[in-house]
Design a protein around this ligand. Structure first.
Ligand SMILES: [Zn+2]
Length: 313
């Protein structure tokens, strides 16, 4: 008991609050300390940054905005006595990788693996109105994107080039065997509510954190190991989501976390992007047009280039 009191006292001095529960080893960091340590200004009690680069948080929320793009957190932001705190793992996986001063030491991209979601007897989702099948749209998107990438000197690997079912672990293995530097899985969305629309990008849930649709509990996720690219995954997630939502004007549903099998064992950064809802009549109409799919492919390409620009060998 004395030891715990000592820990709380010591940590209060260095500005880090240690959770009092015996079961909980996690730490929380005040936003003001995050800002100061990184030479950034507090813009309000719950946001920091510089002009045009703002990180903004909400009390008790597991999302924040970075340059106006919705980003995930593993644990809710807390507020005590007018100060806002984030979990130390959120600082590591979600804030630090996006700081303008962070250097991403990773080899520049040469080989990109494109994964057209579904295929064969697995058609994915189908639009009710014109029977558009997701498996054909994802293939179409990958071919458009491959053309752009190859024209710009990248080598492209397709995890499938025909209308056939490829098991999820095999898709990962194709990327790994090809020594891909980046993995992009392309999908289209659907929801029971016809009003749901917009674009969302999934990264693998980082080590010890909860997925976006899971309740967040510090102890429940201790055994989830993420992968070696937990920090870079969030950067490519941001680059793609930012580019896609700005260029298409689609609703920003945010970067999210999930333990998708296809992302787990990758030996390179990877994301899965849901390019819009086939269950939403308006959005489906757009997706059905070849011109809109060109915009989607160009936006993903621009996001990849932006990510590559952030890497230094
Ligand atoms: Zn899908």
């Amino acid at each position: 008991m004395r030891k715990i009191k000592y820990l709380i006292f010591a940590s209060a001095i260095c500005g880090i609050v240690i959770c009092c529960s015996l079961a909980c080893q996690a730490t929380e960091i005040p936003l003001i300390k995050v800002a100061r340590t990184n030479g950034l200004q507090m813009l309000s009690a719950n946001s920091f940054g510089t002009r045009g680069i703002a990180f903004a948080f909400k009390d008790n929320s597991r999302v924040f905005t970075f340059k106006e793009v919705l980003m995930p957190l593993g644990f809710p932001v807390t507020r005590r006595y007018g100060r806002y705190y984030i979990d130390s793992s959120d600082y590591k996986y979600h804030i630090q990788p996006l700081l303008p001063t962070t250097k991403h030491r990773h080899k520049k991209l040469r080989i990109i693996a494109l994964d057209a979601g579904h295929g064969g007897e697995d058609g994915g989702t189908t639009a009710q109105w014109d029977k558009l099948q997701e498996k054909f749209l994802t293939m179409d998107m990958c071919l458009r994107l491959a053309k752009l990438l190859e024209k710009n000197g990248y080598r492209v690997i397709l995890t499938r080039s025909q209308d056939k079912k490829v098991p999820l672990p095999e898709r990962t293995q194709i990327a790994n065997r090809s020594k891909a530097d980046l993995f992009i899985s392309i999908h289209f969305n659907s929801a029971p509510s016809a009003s749901a629309s917009g674009i969302e990008t999934f990264t693998l849930t980082p080590s010890t954190q909860a997925s976006s649709y899971q309740a967040s509990s510090r102890n429940a996720h201790r055994n989830f190991i993420g992968n070696a690219f937990d920090c870079l995954n969030i950067v490519i997630g941001y680059c793609l989501q930012s580019s896609l939502t700005k260029k298409t004007s689609a609703i920003d549903r945010g970067v999210k976390h999930s333990t998708f099998v296809v992302l787990r064992d990758l030996k390179c950064p990877g994301i899965l992007v849901e390019c819009g809802f086939l269950s939403n009549r308006e959005e489906c109409k757009k997706i059905a047009s070849s011109a809109y799919r060109d915009i989607l492919a160009q936006s993903i390409f621009d996001g990849i280039v932006k990510f590559n620009d952030l890497l230094s060998d």
